[in-house]
Structure formats: structure tokens, C-alpha cells
Ligand binder design. Structure first.
Ligand SMILES: *Cc1c(COP(=O)(O)O)cnc(C)c1O
Length: 364
């Protein structure tokens, strides 16, 4: 068996470790940028009655036309642009890479950033170039320009705001990259709902820009739905790589319904933004914590000046778990994320429990 596997499974795949998602059990879950709120009871009832008649015996609409129309309206996709949907934006990243993968093609992204860019580049046999961000987690433009000239990337991914750092890159830097790039630039706006700024209105100004969004961070992570919008020349090629029924019947129905009620999601998002600001203020009053600016629904923070060495953040992560709060540990190594942790903004109560637990750990 092992010999067979060794003989036939790609070596680069065998050498990977599987993407690990910890089991939250009963812990307060502040690790995955989820919206902590559910829907009002009446809205749930209406949703359920809609699902009663869902034609699950039939294949879904392969182009999910109703949902695309609805999503383009809510997300203000400019006239003349086209969109395709993915089973989460992860699938869209995969579709882009499958369509662009050639023997020598390169995927580029600043680092640290969303790990799926690198992973999917590998899966699709592309080579990956990660270019370090500067010490403020902004794009290091001289380094980016040099790397673009040297590697001529087929695609550059820019998460705007960036994950796991939480900040927005300078918009004029992003525009310069779009202008300099020989290939496609994907601006990944997974956290758009919390950022209040977007490249969507600029789609028609460039022939190498596409904008990616997801409903995951807006409160619909369980549906698995992402979208990619841009010039039809690009989108129609990506559409050929997409599997025909990638958005299932229940997701199509539920997402159309949820987006018809997007005022509720917007209220929740506004609440999360307000609670993010409260969390920022509370961080300011904790000694030994450095927080980074966030335009997303999470905050990156560094445990510093707290005595010991790089084990600090891991010890704090574990102690928080003991107290029933799960956040994200980012790194136990050196590099820009050394000693960093990432906390998702939850409900006001969850945030307070987290802050109290953190204070206890740091003082005790
Ligand atoms: C969470 C996240 C995504 C993935 O979203 P899904 O639609 O849930 O697959 C994409 N990009 C970034 C930067 C993210 O943080």
C-alpha cells in the first residue's frame, strides 16, 4: 500500500501536511472570522418554508443566474462586468490557478497573507513567490516591482484587507501593481463588509483586474459561496474550468433569500465594526500587547515585552483555551508573525470574556 502510494501520489503532495482545523468543542469560537449572529426567528421561518419546496431531486441551475443577478446588485458590480460563483472563494482561487497554470507560470503574493494562495498554487503545479511586506505590513514596493520584473507572474493575489494582518494596503500601491503587472491581478475583498472601501468600481479602468468577494465573513460561511467579477474576457475563460453544478440548490436558494434580507446582515456587520473599535480600545490598555490596525472583523496582536521568549504567544493561546476561548495561533517561529495571535471579533459578551481571560493570564 505505502509503496503504491509512494509510486503514484505526487511527491510534493505527500510531503504536505493536511490543513488542520481545531475542534472548538464548547469553546467560544474566535478563530475563524465568522459572524457570531444568527437570524431573527421570523426570517428563519420564512427561509425554512422556502427550503420546503427546494427541488433537491433536480440539478441546480448551472449558471445560478438568479443568484448572480442578486449578488451583482447587492455588491454593486459595475455594468458591463461579468461574474462567476465558486464553492467559497477558495474554489475561485483554484479555478483561476487551473486556468493559468503552465509549465513555468508563477503565482505571486505579498507575505504574510492568506495561505490558500500558496497551497493552491502548489496543487496546480505553479510556482509560488511570496514577497515580504514591510514592517508596517504594507506592500514593499521596491521589492514587489523587482519581483514582478524578474518573475513575470501570471497572477498576483492581493487580499484587501489582508489576512492575517488585518490592514488595507495603500490603494495607490495596489493601483501601481495593477499597472505594472504583466498578468492578472486578483484583489481579494473577503473582508469588504468591514472595510468600507473597494476596487470594484475600478474594474472598468483596467484590463487585468478582477475582484473577488465571499459571503463567508458576512454571516454565511456555512453556505460556501464566493464570487469573482471582472471583464468578460477573463470571466468567460474561468467559467470553462468551473464544474457545472458547483453551487448547490440549497446554497442558491438560501443565498438569494439571505441577500434579499441583506439589511439584517448589514446591521450585524455594523455591530461587529463597532465592537471591533471597543476591542481595539481595550487592547490599548493592556501592557505587553501590541495590536495592528484592522479594517477587518479580526485583530492581529503581538505579545511583546512580556518577559520570556517566543513561546509566549503559544502559552497564551493554550491558557486561553483552558479558559474556554479559542483564537488563532499564527506562528511559533521567527519572522514577522513571531509571537502573534489573531482574534476574531465576536459578540460583545464573547469579546469581554476574551479580554478578561487575556488580562488574567498576563497578570497571573
Ligand atoms: C476567509 C478568506 C477567504 C475564503 O473565503 P471562502 O469564501 O470562505 O472560501 C478568501 N480570502 C481571504 C483573504 C480570506 O481571509
Amino acid at each position: 500500500m505505502t509503496d503504491l502510494v509512494k509510486q503514484w501520489v505526487r511527491e510534493d503532495i505527500r510531503s504536505l501536511s493536511a490543513y488542520h482545523v481545531p475542534d472548538p468543542g464548547n469553546m467560544i469560537k474566535l478563530d475563524a472570522m465568522e459572524n457570531p449572529y444568527s437570524w431573527p426567528q421570523a426570517m428563519k421561518q420564512e427561509w425554512l418554508s422556502l427550503l420546503l419546496d427546494a427541488p433537491v431531486n433536480r440539478y441546480p441551475d448551472p449558471a445560478a443566474e438568479k443568484l448572480v443577478t442578486q449578488i451583482e446588485k447587492v455588491m454593486a458590480v459595475p455594468d458591463g462586468m461579468q461574474s462567476i460563483l465558486g464553492n467559497g472563494s477558495d474554489e475561485l482561487i483554484q479555478i483561476i490557478c487551473m486556468a493559468l497554470s503552465k509549465a513555468d507560470s508563477v503565482v505571486m503574493a505579498p507575505e504574510p497573507t492568506f495561505v490558500m494562495y500558496q497551497m493552491i498554487a502548489r496543487f496546480t503545479n505553479m510556482s509560488y513567490q511570496g514577497i515580504p511586506l514591510d514592517d508596517k505590513f504594507q506592500l514593499d514596493m521596491p521589492a514587489m516591482i523587482k519581483a514582478i520584473e524578474k518573475h513575470r507572474p501570471a497572477v498576483i493575489f492581493l487580499a484587501y484587507p489582508n489576512n492575517p494582518t488585518g490592514n488595507l494596503f495603500s490603494a495607490s500601491d495596489v493601483r501601481s501593481i495593477i499597472q505594472l503587472a504583466p498578468g492578472l491581478v486578483v484583489v481579494d475583498e473577503a473582508y469588504h463588509a468591514f472595510a468600507g472601501t473597494s476596487f470594484m468600481p475600478m474594474l472598468s479602468q483596467y484590463d487585468n483586474l478582477v475582484v473577488m468577494r465571499t459571503v463567508s465573513k458576512m454571516g454565511l460561511a456555512g453556505l460556501r459561496l464566493g464570487m469573482l467579477s471582472g471583464p468578460k474576457e477573463w470571466i468567460s475563460e474561468f467559467d470553462k474550468v468551473r464544474l457545472p453544478y458547483n453551487i448547490n440548490v440549497l446554497t442558491q436558494l438560501s443565498a438569494v433569500f439571505a441577500l434579499q434580507n441583506h439589511a439584517i446582515l448589514d446591521q450585524q456587520t455594523d455591530q461587529i465594526c463597532r465592537d471591533r473599535e471597543i476591542l481595539k480600545q481595550q487592547f490599548e490598555h493592556i501592557d505587553g500587547i501590541i495590536q495592528y490596525p484592522s479594517a477587518a472583523n479580526f485583530i492581529l496582536f503581538k505579545v511583546a515585552g512580556y518577559g520570556i521568549e517566543k513561546q509566549d504567544s503559544i502559552a497564551i493561546f493554550e491558557a486561553l483555551k483552558q479558559k474556554g476561548v479559542l483564537i488563532k495561533r499564527l506562528s511559533d517561529t521567527s519572522g514577522p508573525l513571531a509571537n502573534c495571535l489573531r482574534v476574531t471579533v465576536g459578540t460583545a459578551d464573547e469579546n469581554q470574556t476574551f479580554i478578561d481571560a487575556l488580562k488574567e493570564i498576563l497578570v497571573g
